[in-house]
Design a binder for this molecule. Structure first.
Ligand SMILES: Cc1ncc(COP(=O)(O)O)c(C=O)c1O
Length: 396
């Protein structure tokens, strides 16, 4: 696959490249977009071919998910992650955030606390706040360049009977941690002991590097499976986020029935024929493509790491274990959160997610999406290098 090819995405109103989005979020359209979490890499040929076949059929009436789809999905998780998903545990919904919002609504009341682990994917905050719940923070600890869960603090937060759920980002956006089985099990046991239910957002589960392994939360033990929900989607893995299709895996029968009834009530149970065709092809034949993408992403990270080390030692890379979202530590520049935001957008001319978007714990950091052709990343690094050198010359 030629992932070096630069594809113009401005033909369509993408969230990432759209000029009005850039102006709204960065105050300028003259920024190189490395923010929204999708890839600037073309999807797998098997996915494109499956979609073309589906289009050529010419009839796009109501459908359901096919047996082939379920087989491909289950086979994917069994082979890649040694997790045999029980087909009857799968509930479909339009997106992972949709699943999270439904679960929050079903398992907590107005004003209840939902625990998150910042710095973390900012839309968790919206999912909690927009549904009238309270954000309870269990911030991660940065220990020797590696983020860790703070179990003592989690114990305290979970023990408060007003706190009903924990959302774990597994793997973690934006810090790139791929939580180990032991870490997840410990967090899970703390929650279980205090009747706190766990939502595990596993949308980035397939994007892991080296020896790191994604652990599906509900596969840890039967006991934890009964008090947890896994949210999955082919969106990030195969770069088909615009298809909008996701799943909640709910082993607990009563909770699953509640989700199912709600889904029926709100007609969330419709199937998009293109999303189904794309996902079935991706899960059944997309493995090699994903392996190639992972090699490419890893080489982008290697390039970034060596560029920073040799040319910009002021900026520290938090070594990603997974995800294509890289967390950069700009604290040595001595800028406050707003100054750093302005500097990145107006001086470096880069659209990176400012760290404070992920909670105040992210101040001084920024998230860079490295799922782009190498030349885009090179351009980003050259803009950043020039801007930082100018900043430091000005300060000297
Ligand atoms: C951790 C995480 N969860 C959920 C989403 C969004 O998923 P969806 O588009 O299926 O709602 C993203 C997208 O960036 C994400 O990073």
């Amino acid at each position: 696959m030629d992932f070096d090819q630069v594809i113009d995405r401005n033909e369509y109103p993408t969230l990432k490249w759209n000029k009005s989005m850039l102006i709204e979020h960065f105050g300028s359209e003259d920024v190189l977009p490395l923010w929204v979490a999708d890839m600037d890499l073309r999807a797998a040929p098997v996915v494109i071919e499956a979609l073309l076949r589906r289009v050529k059929h010419g009839i796009f009436g109501y459908e359901t998910k096919s047996d082939g789809y379920f087989e491909a999905l289950i086979d994917w998780y069994t082979k890649r992650h040694q997790w045999a998903i029980d087909r009857t545990h799968i509930e479909h919904c339009p997106s992972v955030l949709n699943a999270i919002a439904v679960l929050i609504n079903q398992h907590s009341e107005d004003g209840d606390g939902i625990i998150i682990q910042p710095p973390v994917f900012f839309e968790f905050r919206l999912a909690i706040r927009n549904n009238g719940r309270r954000i309870v923070k269990n911030p991660l600890l940065l220990d020797n360049g590696k983020y860790q869960m703070n179990f003592a603090d989690l114990e305290e937060k979970a023990a408060d009977p007003k706190n009903k759920m924990l959302i774990i980002c597994n793997p973690h956006n934006p810090t790139g941690r791929v939580w180990t089985r032991a870490e997840l099990a410990r967090a899970g046991e703390i929650c279980r002991e205090h009747n706190v239910l766990i939502i595990s957002d596993e949308i980035h589960g397939d994007i892991v590097y080296g020896t790191h392994r994604y652990t599906p939360f509900v596969s840890i033990s039967d006991e934890l499976a009964q008090v947890s929900f896994a949210c999955l989607s082919p969106a990030k893995t195969f770069n088909i986020a615009g298809m909008t299709d996701a799943m909640a895996i709910i082993p607990n029968e009563e909770y699953r029935q509640r989700f199912h009834d709600f889904s029926d009530r709100l007609w969330m149970n419709k199937t998009n024929v293109f999303a189904s065709a794309a996902a079935e092809a991706a899960y059944s034949e997309g493995s090699e493509w994903l392996d190639d993408v992972l090699v490419y992403l890893q080489s982008n990270i290697d390039f970034l790491r060596s560029h920073l080390r040799e040319t910009l030692p002021q900026v520290k890379l938090i070594e990603p274990e997974g995800t294509y979202l890289v967390w950069l530590d700009f604290r040595a520049l001595g800028l406050d959160a707003k100054e750093l935001e302005k500097f990145l957008a107006h001086k470096a001319r880069l659209a990176l997610n400012p760290g404070y978007w992920f909670g105040r714990e992210g101040a001084g950091y920024a998230r860079m999406n490295i799922a782009c052709p190498r030349s885009t990343l090179c351009e980003a690094m050259s803009r950043l290098t020039k801007a930082i050198h100018e900043l430091q010359r000005g300060a000297a």
